[in-house]
Design a protein around this ligand. Sequence first.
Ligand code: NAD
Ligand code: IPM
Ligand code: MN
Length: 368
Amino acid sequence: MTTRSLFLLPGDGIGPETMAEVAKLIDHMNAKEGAGFVTDQGLVGGSAYDAHGEAISDADMDKAMAADAVLFGAVGGPKWDDVPYEQRPEAGLLRLRKDMALFANLRPAICYPALADASSLKRDVIEGLDILIVRELTGGVYFGEPKEITDLGNGQKRGVDTQVYDTFEIERIAGVAFELARTRSNKVCSMEKRNVMKSGVLWNEVVTATHAAHYADVELTHMLADAGGMQLVRWPKQFDVIVTDNLFGDMLSDVAAMLTGSLGMLPSASLGAPDPATGKRKALYEPVHGSAPDIAGKGIANPIAMIASFAMCLRYSFAMIDEAVRIEAAVAKVLDDGLRTGDIMGDGARPVSTAEMGDAIVAAYAAG
Ligand code: NAD
Ligand code: IPM
Ligand code: MN
């Protein structure tokens, strides 16, 4: 029987609560469909810091590197506000992304029909929305050097972060965006700030050249990232694939989340380059949301972003397309049936807990 190794990193706050719902799906698929998932679990974020003083241990990093795919919950929380910067919970996630070379972060924002009134925007603005943000994930200001606070000696300090992009980093993320656009509506909008940033000038040049050399069949437009944020709220359906850098991608995907009704709805896939010998790529699947300290421990978090991240895992790491589609259909079905966690609550809906939502999705999957 095929075995598929999954390394689970539930993390902090609502991370373990939402991961528990994915575990139900994994158990179901193993028991009823012989899916052959073999899971192992580790610590990341504040929970890892509490256990061994760092946001992810070398042993868990090794397991993440060796697994077919990693499922990641969320990290962070006020409990760790005062830990040293290098050991803060978020550093665990950044190390995973960097050491696994997960340069491509796919953040789809889909408005499920049943949630067309859950957004703060008008129904006609978001109904039928299906866009994909392709965020560069291992470069830019997140990782550029120098990155430091220096004492200027005159009672002043200086905080420095450095935005750096090399040609190859822009080429490879643009390539991912163009390839994916070909499987969708064949349009890419590239967002940067070439009006104030040298890295933005280079970004624009390289995306344009990559397009001309290999992807001229795809429609390419460019937008300044601030205007892009405005257009995402004004008329998001003008976009198909958006390709952008690490920081703009972070912010624009939180904006896109609210087009779908809640941050609790948005999944993501963080992918490395295919290994030339085996064709396999390292991958980590993570919801866009964080540890939600304001609702953690109450059993009310929306597990759909985590469950939809698992569906992305099936699609991109295991080519289990039918199963991925069935999970997404199960999510649509329970939403159609009126089940709602607090973040997507609406008139006449049936309030459910995290666990009830997870159970209903497994049941709909099993029936589908
Ligand atoms: P957050 O995403 O945790 O929460 C923002 C708001 O959205 C909160 O009101 C929260 O209750 C709500 N929300 C988020 N996910 C939800 C869900 N699944 N169901 C229902 N409501 C949900 O962002 P924040 O509050 O700015 O950050 C909290 C911590 O999480 C910080 O330490 C931050 O660094 C970290 N963070 C981690 C990740 C990650 O691990 N991938 C992502 C973003 C933020
Ligand atoms: C995200 C998060 C992370 C980021 C943090 C937790 C490091 O906000 O994945 O969107 O900034 O990339
Ligand atoms: Mn973010």
